[in-house]
Design a protein. Structure first.
Length: 138
Protein backbone atom coordinates (compact mmCIF):
# COMPACT_ATOMS: atom_id res chain seq x y z
CA UNK A 1 0.00 0.00 0.00
CA UNK A 2 2.90 2.36 0.62
CA UNK A 3 4.04 1.90 -2.98
CA UNK A 4 0.56 2.80 -4.23
CA UNK A 5 0.66 6.06 -2.27
CA UNK A 6 4.17 6.86 -3.50
CA UNK A 7 3.26 6.07 -7.10
CA UNK A 8 0.16 8.27 -6.94
CA UNK A 9 2.20 11.11 -5.41
CA UNK A 10 4.83 10.70 -8.13
CA UNK A 11 2.11 10.99 -10.81
CA UNK A 12 -0.05 13.90 -9.60
CA UNK A 13 -1.80 14.75 -12.86
CA UNK A 14 -2.99 18.25 -13.68
CA UNK A 15 -4.43 20.83 -11.28
CA UNK A 16 -8.05 19.92 -10.51
CA UNK A 17 -10.05 19.45 -7.33
CA UNK A 18 -9.69 15.68 -7.62
CA UNK A 19 -5.93 15.66 -8.23
CA UNK A 20 -5.32 18.22 -5.47
CA UNK A 21 -7.23 16.08 -2.97
CA UNK A 22 -5.60 12.87 -4.22
CA UNK A 23 -2.03 14.14 -3.90
CA UNK A 24 -2.76 15.64 -0.48
CA UNK A 25 -4.15 12.35 0.81
CA UNK A 26 -1.25 10.30 -0.56
CA UNK A 27 1.34 12.70 0.85
CA UNK A 28 -0.35 12.83 4.26
CA UNK A 29 -0.44 9.03 4.34
CA UNK A 30 3.25 8.79 3.38
CA UNK A 31 4.07 11.39 6.03
CA UNK A 32 2.26 9.30 8.63
CA UNK A 33 3.99 6.10 7.60
CA UNK A 34 7.52 7.37 6.99
CA UNK A 35 7.88 10.38 9.29
CA UNK A 36 5.44 9.64 12.10
CA UNK A 37 5.98 5.88 12.20
CA UNK A 38 2.36 4.80 11.80
CA UNK A 39 2.23 1.08 11.10
CA UNK A 40 1.53 0.13 7.46
CA UNK A 41 -1.54 -1.79 8.60
CA UNK A 42 -3.12 1.56 9.52
CA UNK A 43 -3.04 3.07 6.02
CA UNK A 44 -6.82 3.02 5.64
CA UNK A 45 -7.20 4.63 9.06
CA UNK A 46 -4.90 7.44 7.91
CA UNK A 47 -6.83 7.90 4.67
CA UNK A 48 -10.15 8.08 6.52
CA UNK A 49 -8.79 10.72 8.91
CA UNK A 50 -7.63 12.95 6.08
CA UNK A 51 -10.94 12.53 4.22
CA UNK A 52 -13.37 12.87 7.10
CA UNK A 53 -15.83 15.72 7.29
CA UNK A 54 -14.76 18.84 9.15
CA UNK A 55 -16.10 22.36 9.40
CA UNK A 56 -15.49 24.43 6.30
CA UNK A 57 -15.37 23.57 2.65
CA UNK A 58 -13.91 20.26 1.61
CA UNK A 59 -12.98 21.89 -1.68
CA UNK A 60 -10.67 24.42 -0.02
CA UNK A 61 -9.05 22.02 2.40
CA UNK A 62 -5.92 21.47 0.30
CA UNK A 63 -4.00 23.46 -2.27
CA UNK A 64 -2.27 22.55 -5.51
CA UNK A 65 1.41 21.86 -5.02
CA UNK A 66 3.61 22.08 -8.09
CA UNK A 67 5.20 18.65 -8.33
CA UNK A 68 8.92 18.21 -7.83
CA UNK A 69 11.13 17.04 -10.68
CA UNK A 70 11.20 13.26 -10.58
CA UNK A 71 13.69 12.92 -13.46
CA UNK A 72 16.31 10.37 -12.56
CA UNK A 73 14.33 9.10 -9.57
CA UNK A 74 13.71 5.49 -8.71
CA UNK A 75 10.69 4.13 -10.56
CA UNK A 76 8.39 1.16 -10.10
CA UNK A 77 10.20 -0.45 -13.02
CA UNK A 78 13.45 -0.01 -11.09
CA UNK A 79 11.92 -1.82 -8.14
CA UNK A 80 10.80 -4.71 -10.33
CA UNK A 81 14.30 -4.97 -11.82
CA UNK A 82 15.74 -5.96 -8.45
CA UNK A 83 17.41 -9.37 -8.76
CA UNK A 84 16.01 -10.81 -5.53
CA UNK A 85 12.94 -10.29 -3.36
CA UNK A 86 15.17 -8.67 -0.73
CA UNK A 87 16.67 -6.29 -3.30
CA UNK A 88 13.17 -5.37 -4.51
CA UNK A 89 12.08 -4.69 -0.93
CA UNK A 90 15.08 -2.40 -0.37
CA UNK A 91 14.40 -0.60 -3.65
CA UNK A 92 10.72 -0.22 -2.75
CA UNK A 93 11.60 1.45 0.56
CA UNK A 94 14.10 3.71 -1.22
CA UNK A 95 11.44 4.59 -3.79
CA UNK A 96 8.86 5.49 -1.15
CA UNK A 97 11.34 7.58 0.80
CA UNK A 98 12.62 9.28 -2.37
CA UNK A 99 9.13 10.33 -3.49
CA UNK A 100 8.33 11.74 -0.06
CA UNK A 101 11.71 13.48 0.24
CA UNK A 102 11.31 15.20 -3.14
CA UNK A 103 7.90 16.57 -2.14
CA UNK A 104 9.09 17.43 1.38
CA UNK A 105 12.06 19.44 0.14
CA UNK A 106 9.63 22.12 -0.97
CA UNK A 107 6.38 21.33 0.83
CA UNK A 108 7.32 19.43 3.97
CA UNK A 109 5.77 22.02 6.29
CA UNK A 110 2.51 22.03 4.34
CA UNK A 111 2.23 18.23 4.34
CA UNK A 112 3.07 18.11 8.05
CA UNK A 113 0.39 20.74 8.74
CA UNK A 114 -2.21 18.67 6.89
CA UNK A 115 -1.23 15.66 8.98
CA UNK A 116 -1.43 17.63 12.21
CA UNK A 117 -4.75 19.21 11.27
CA UNK A 118 -6.55 16.12 10.02
CA UNK A 119 -4.89 13.10 11.68
CA UNK A 120 -3.25 14.02 14.98
CA UNK A 121 -6.40 15.04 16.90
CA UNK A 122 -7.92 11.59 16.33
CA UNK A 123 -4.62 9.84 16.91
CA UNK A 124 -4.29 11.45 20.33
CA UNK A 125 -7.93 10.82 21.27
CA UNK A 126 -8.03 7.25 20.01
CA UNK A 127 -4.87 5.35 20.76
CA UNK A 128 -4.36 1.75 21.70
CA UNK A 129 -2.12 2.38 24.71
CA UNK A 130 -0.63 -1.12 24.67
CA UNK A 131 0.48 -1.08 21.07
CA UNK A 132 0.79 2.70 20.54
CA UNK A 133 -1.25 2.46 17.35
CA UNK A 134 -4.39 4.25 16.25
CA UNK A 135 -7.65 2.63 17.30
CA UNK A 136 -9.97 1.21 14.69
CA UNK A 137 -13.73 1.36 14.57
CA UNK A 138 -14.16 4.83 16.07
Amino acid sequence: MEIVNAYAAQHPGQPSAQSIRSVAIHLAVLHGLVIRGVAPGNVMWLRRRVLREQPGSRRDRFEWLDPPDFAGSITVAGIAAGPTPQARMVRAQEYIRNVLDLWAARYGAIVASWYVRFVVPDQVDCLDRDRQTPCHGR
